[in-house]
Design a protein. Structure first.
Length: 299
């Protein structure tokens, strides 16, 4: 990684960390999810960067990929466990960070488990350590609190313009021999649960990204695709973002459906814990250094 790229990753990490910490004041009982998401996304833009993906607001047994739809009326309840996942984008450099807030103190131990698992993982990361070993410390820490890690969710390598760059960092012990290398960037994100320890897809899809642009039959779909290409490029986007450009819900939904069928875009299904266990998440983006790691999303 050259000095310019490194500076971009550090800068976007610092800005995204600032937004993460400031956004915590928005998480209050009775607040609408749509208003929270759009406020955070505007905070990102106001800092001179772009959202790397739609803000995720995943409640309770929902683990990931929930972003409010265009006319979402959901509000936060007094016992909700709220996961906020935020991404910042600057010149292709991406920062990815997440936190969990328990609106009821009965969930505090679960939140603490995810935070401690992240802390222990970051203390372990350095060149030569395998990703399977880091998964082991996440698993051990999670289980020491009496919970389970989610085995089919993982952290991931980040590269310029590539949020998920091939290498994944498991939340359970594995024999994967891949070793961390100096100069690599990763999002490390323990997910812990009171449930069985894995997630499954739901039918709801609100987040998409381009997959393989190809000829489209319907004229209105071509218009929507042109807007997506010009506005979001390869980065994930929300259906509600597209709805702001095209007023017709039917037009946007039909266009996305055609693009999914033709594999022009891919959809990210909302993920739910398989036995409806509660889920907490903590996440930082880090740079692997000579002797350890630098937390890029540290305020």
């Amino acid at each position: 990684m050259d000095d310019k790229d490194l500076n971009d990753f550090r800068q976007v990490g610092k800005i995204t960390a600032k937004i993460r910490d400031e956004s915590k004041s928005l998480i209050m009982i009775g607040e609408p999810l749509l208003e929270i998401a759009e406020t955070i996304e505007q905070m990102i833009k106001d800092e001179g960067i772009q959202p790397a993906f739609p803000v995720n607001i995943s409640l309770n047994e929902i683990a990931a990929h929930y972003t409010p739809e265009f006319d979402d009326k959901t509000t936060l309840g007094e016992k909700d466990l709220v996961k906020i996942d935020i991404g910042g984008l600057l010149n292709g450099a991406i920062a990815d960070t997440a936190y969990t807030i328990a609106l009821s103190s009965e969930h505090d131990k679960l939140v603490e488990a995810s935070q401690e698992a992240l802390k222990k993982a970051l203390e372990m990361i350095r060149p030569g350590v395998t990703i399977g070993e880091v998964g082991g410390i996440i698993e051990d820490t999670t289980k020491s609190y009496g919970f389970k890690p989610i085995s089919n969710l993982s952290g991931h390598m980040i590269q310029k313009n590539n949020l998920h760059a091939g290498i994944t960092v498991p939340n359970v012990r594995t024999t994967d021999p891949y070793e961390f290398r100096e100069g690599e960037v990763y999002a490390i994100e323990p997910f812990v649960t009171t449930g069985v320890g894995y997630v499954e897809d739901t039918e709801r899809v609100e987040i998409f990204s381009l997959y393989s642009p190809s000829p489209i039959r319907m004229r209105h779909t071509r218009q929507v695709l042109k807007y997506i290409l010009e506005t979001f490029g390869p980065n994930p986007f929300a259906e509600r973002w597209v709805r702001k450009k095209f007023s017709s819900k039917m037009l946007v939904s039909a266009s996305l459906r055609e693009m999914l069928e033709r594999q022009v875009v891919q959809g990210y299904a909302v993920l739910k814990e398989a036995e409806n266990g509660l889920v907490a998440q903590s996440e930082h983006t880090i740079l692997v250094t000579e002797k350890g790691c630098e937390i890029l999303t540290k305020a």
